[in-house]
Ligand binder design. Sequence first.
Ligand SMILES: [Zn+2]
Length: 470
Amino acid sequence: MIRSCIATTLRNRAKTAIRFFVSIVFSPVAFFLAFCFSTVFPADSGIFGSEIRTLEGTYLRLRTDLPSSTEVDGLPAVFDAAVPLWCRFLGINPNRCDGWKMDGCLIGDFERFERAGLVREVPDLRTGFQLNRKLWVLEQASAYYRRHLLLHEGVHGLMAHVFHGLGPPWYAEGCAELLATHTLRDGKLEIGVIPGHRDEVPMWGRIKLIRDDIAAGKGRSLRDVLGLQPGEYDAPNAYAWSWALCVFLEGQPEFTGILGGMTNVLPPGRTTSECAETFNERFYDRIGRDVRSQWEAAWIDFAGRLDYGYDRERARIDDLSPGATRWNGRNHQWRVRPDRGWQNSGLRIQQGDAVRIAAAGRFRLGNRPATWWSEPNGITIRYDRGRPIGELQMTILPGPETSNANTAGDDYSRCPFLNPVSIGTHCEYTAPVGGTLFFRINDSPADLADNDGDVTVSLEKASGNTIPGS
Ligand SMILES: [Zn+2]
């Protein structure tokens, strides 16, 4: 029996993100039958020769020349388990899939499929390809990546069937990547995940591609990803960025369902650059143009910290709205949690304001093999992004009117969330730019779940010379 679930977010009335997992238990009988069809009729002895056998599922007929194995023979069942999850994500009534079935080829020896006339429509197959109700996937050295590619092309096939178009490249490939990235444990299929470890997803490599791009100064802004052109998908990096953007959007309670909702404005047929522009304009309308620069910063914080096991619920920035209180020289105090990402103080300061910030408290940063206690200076035996974990950090998010004040460097080297001020137990500081104060305690976004406690942070007028902010 394959059980399946989709990693998704909901917003409750208090606008608090709750990550939850919806599980669907598929009928054991249905799965049993699907598996039986896969194995009872293993070879298509007639038209395509005995080298190519046919595996039948409900939504996939898969022709392959690969030898029989549990992994390969179970692929139609995995595909069938994924379809209802895709439908839910994309807002498709499952009835629309009645009678829909992809004709797939999983190819070990390409020439064998050429001889059988099964790859005539394929232009230049590198990994996978989809056309209408047909898909082709080249055999991979990794069972994970073989399934991934099959699911990726299947998402295209379903969208083409229901919407008659896939949308601009970032959307088509981002959704396909999002809905293909999965875990399959003990017969339970989960899609929409951020893999916990690279060993779970051999050959997938999306996170490494993003990290390498950022390290090379080629980090993509949100508008860069939206503007990716079809030709850029010759390289796997474009898939990685498209995936990451869709993962980011799904992890924000404000945007839950936005990707599925965009199917309402999908242009039919091939997406021209004009269609893509119109689609992207509508996307910007939905995320809110007035806070677009803040979302750019939040996206860059996400992409810049993306890691295996990234904890979307805990690591996301809690509130991007400009601080409601403008600093008038009075003292302020907050509690900052170590199990969260950037936390909005609600206080705005102005360029040139000189402040003293102090922090006190003892908090937990982990419990294996023993409890890791830290104070606001951090623990110097482990580092994240070059700073000790546990270190109290601060940054200023400029308002939309001043967000372009610093134009040196690329979007990632300028992003305030990726370039914080180290506060530790105290710091005197002159604000280089006006905006809202944010605090966080440094730690990997994959390691927040076992953190606990808090730090008391206080702000007052600086008493003497301050460190000028840069
Ligand atoms: Zn694709």
